[in-house]
Every structure is written in C-alpha cells, then in structure tokens.
Design a protein around this ligand. Structure first.
Ligand SMILES: [Fe+2]
Ligand SMILES: [Fe+2]
Length: 171
C-alpha cells in the first residue's frame, strides 16, 4: 500500500525542500516574537533532520555515482548552514541579528537546493541517471526521519555535527 513512507528517495527529499521553503516564507510574513520563534525552531528541526538523512544515507549512496566535487560542496554547504542553525537555536527573536540569520540561512538553503535539484547536472539527476535504488533509499530515509523526529521532539536538537569544518567547533 502506498503511503508517505514508501516515497522514493528523491520524492522524499524534494518534499522536505518544499516544506522548508514554505516555512521560510511563513517566517518572513510572521510578526509576533512567539510565532517567529516557533517557525524558526521548526525550520531548524526540519533542516537538521533533512541534512542528517542525506548525510547518513543519500550522500554515501551517491559516492561514485555523482560528481565528487558536487558531493563535497554539498557537505560543506550543510556544515555552513549548521553554524547558522546553532546560532538561531541559541538565540531568540529579540536578538539584533535573529531575522538576518534566518534570512541568510534561507538564501544558503535556496542555493543548496538548486544544486541538488538542478536538471541534468544536479545531484539528484546524476543519482537517478546512475540507477541508484531510490525506493529502498527512500524507505531507509523515511525510517531514520521518523526516528529522529521522535528523539528531537522529546529532547530538543543536539549541537550540530560539522564534519567538514576544521577551524569552527560548535560543541
Ligand atoms: Fe536536500
Ligand atoms: Fe543537502
């Protein structure tokens, strides 16, 4: 039976991208501090889970199938975004740079999503062309996503892991 947990890998990741884009739009339109903080926290949670399932499951599966430089850049882009996620998590809507941090994060993500979704030379297109097992990857990512959501909803977000950064420590 088809349900959300049987989405193929690319459909799942693209749906996440759309969810986050919508949240960024809602943040931009929001006015009250409480509303803004709730949306920013939701953005941080969605992005943290999305980055983790890509890093744990999708990107490793792309090794050898997708241009290596593109994969490396994607990892560094994730880690760059995590710096801002950690900042937003530690701050609040009254901070001087809070809105600016959310805005810059949205711009970084917009660029990153383009690199993943670009036709032909984008990461997803290359992965599809190489014949990756999208159904089983989708299933694995849906399972990890579900598990992470439960953990983060209970205990909050962990400090992001930034494996590609050498001079910046977030913990
Ligand atoms: Fe993505
Ligand atoms: Fe990504």
């Amino acid at each position: 039976m088809a349900d959300a947990s049987t989405q193929d890998a690319i459909a799942l990741l693209k749906a996440d991208h759309r969810t986050v884009e919508d949240l960024f739009e809602r943040f931009e339109a929001a006015t009250g501090a409480g509303k803004k903080q709730a949306l920013a926290e939701q953005i941080c949670r969605e992005l943290t889970i999305h980055a983790k399932i890509e890093e744990d499951i999708f990107y490793p599966a792309c090794a050898g199938a997708v241009d290596e430089d593109l994969l490396k850049e994607a990892r560094v882009e994730h880690d760059g975004a995590k710096v801002l996620i950690a900042e937003i998590e530690a701050g609040g809507p009254d901070d001087n740079f809070y809105d600016a941090k959310v805005k810059v994060l949205s711009e970084m993500i917009e660029h990153h999503v383009k690199e993943e979704e670009k036709r032909v030379e984008g990461m997803f297109s290359q992965a599809r062309a190489a014949g990756l097992e999208m159904d089983s990857l989708g299933e694995k990512m849906a399972a990890e996503k579900k598990q992470l959501m439960a953990v983060y909803e209970k205990g909050g977000l962990p400090t992001p892991e930034t494996a590609t950064l050498q001079a910046t420590t977030l913990r």
